[in-house]
Ligand binder design. Structure first.
Ligand code: LRH
Ligand code: MN
Ligand code: MN
Length: 424
């Protein structure tokens, strides 16, 4: 556990300076007609889910260098996720990956309750073979040429729904590695038809109050073509399946320079945006920390989301999906959750009336300046005050380091072996 004392102690030292910064920002925002308290309340309500697999040290296909006190299983992972939420106040839910996180529902619920956590979307896994698995996914899963492999993959997804129902999850995220490595290896149309048949079978098993998220990805592990390669295919899937099916946008799953905020706007306009896997990238699916490379792009995504706020049924799921190779995963996830929240708050500051007027008048310079003005505002005092109000940490990383949590779990959890590559 992580008791409150280190948080309170760290907060006591930082509180006076924070109050001064918050008041001064409040005055500045008031001059622009913005009420800082209302913005802070929205910031406090903002939440982003943590992926259970994110709290372990990641790895590349070349190597994995484990960190200290790596979680041994889902119970340790939930402890780490609990710490992230306690310090940031922004990550009340955890997204599980099956079968990595299989455990009795009562144990999962009890551990989550200790930390005040809930469960976000369930993630299925048909991109790896598991020990004891009957049929291999080497040549695909939901789109495999062999109907028995497809049936096995469908069954697995249905099992994920069933597990999710026992722990209060309300969504299933499906990402597949299916694709091809050589021109001619697969018939694009027949492969996609097979995928759709399988997806329909999964959709048919979806409870009435659940949503199905499908996640597109341009490449990897298949390097010539993937079955769900882009938002266009993803939109086809969600549209053909029905009203409970939505597209999930993982920021890292696009070609460099893709205008992701525009994809977001298109999906919003057709009511098919399901949610996000936030991360950042420079070259491909780098799974770098959200906001660490291009915070402006993250802001522009949130600019579209704020524009869409209030539309009927608009409730995109927010989740981090990143891999930590050189940092403490708990620290990275705390910083990333805060970066996502920061982009949200900055987007709240955009003067939308002025922006619309500049757009109508074709004043490109003033339109873009309107966005930049919001982006340039340092909203840290708002985020920190939202945390302080909740009893979370003004400075989560400083409080985490002062708490000694990593040393404590390093003593309890045996050191993991360094080894070959892996996706997480
Ligand atoms: C695929 C992906 C997908 C998986 C996760 C482990 O690249 O983003 O969301 O579930 O990685
Ligand atoms: Mn993802
Ligand atoms: Mn990914």
């Amino acid at each position: 556990m992580l008791d409150r004392t280190p948080i309170d102690l760290a907060n006591e030292t930082a509180e006076a300076a924070l109050r001064a910064d918050y008041d001064s920002l409040g005055e500045r925002l008031a001059r622009a007609g913005l009420d800082i308290a209302a913005i802070k309340d929205k910031a406090a309500r903002f939440a982003v889910a943590v992926p259970s697999w994110g709290v372990g040290t990641g790895g590349t296909r070349f190597a994995r260098f484990p960190g200290r006190g790596e979680p041994r299983g889902i119970m340790d992972k939930l402890d780490d996720c609990g710490v992230i939420h306690r310090l940031t106040g922004a990550t009340p839910t955890v997204s599980l990956h099956i079968p990595w996180d299989k455990a009795p529902a009562a144990d999962l619920l009890a551990k989550a309750a200790e930390w005040g956590l809930g469960f976000d979307a369930m993630n299925s896994n048909t991109f790896q073979d598991q020990p004891g698995q009957l049929l291999s996914y080497k040549h695909g899963s939901l789109s495999h040429t062999d109907p028995s492999v497809r049936a096995q993959a469908v069954e697995h997804n249905i099992e994920c729904i069933e597990i999710g129902q026992t722990i209060g999850s309300k969504a299933l995220t499906v990402w597949i590695g299916d694709g091809s490595n050589f021109p001619g290896q697969s018939d694009f149309s027949r492969q996609f038809d097979r995928y759709m048949d399988s997806a329909r079978a999964i959709y048919a098993a979806l409870p009435a109050d659940w949503r199905l998220f499908t996640e597109h990805k341009m490449f990897e592990p298949a390097f010539y073509s993937t079955v769900v390669q882009d938002w266009g295919t993803n939109y086809l899937i969600a549209t053909e399946l029905g009203e409970k099916a939505f597209c999930l946008v993982d920021l890292g799953h696009h070609a460099p320079n893709t205008n992701i905020e525009m994809i977001v706007a298109r999906l919003v306009s057709r009511g098919k945006l399901g949610g996000f896997h936030f991360n950042d990238s420079k070259y491909g699916d780098d799974d770098l920390d959200a906001g660490s490379i291009d915070p402006y792009r993250l802001f522009l995504v949130f600019n579209e989301l704020i524009e869409a706020e209030g539309k009927p049924g608009f409730a995109p799921a927010h989740m981090l999906d990143q891999s930590h190779n050189v940092t403490d995963p708990i620290e990275s996830l705390m910083v990333s959750a805060t970066e996502v929240q920061r982009a949200y708050v900055q987007a709240l500051l955009v003067d939308r009336e002025a922006l619309a007027a500049h757009q109508e008048a074709n004043d490109a310079l003033m339109a873009t300046t309107t966005l930049k003005r919001a982006f340039r505002t340092d909203v840290e005092p708002i985020l920190a005050m939202a945390r302080l109000d909740k009893g979370a940490a003004i400075d989560p990383v400083a409080a985490f380091r002062a708490s000694g949590y990593r040393d404590r779990v390093a003593a309890e959890r045996p050191a993991a072996q360094a080894g070959g590559g892996g996706i997480v």
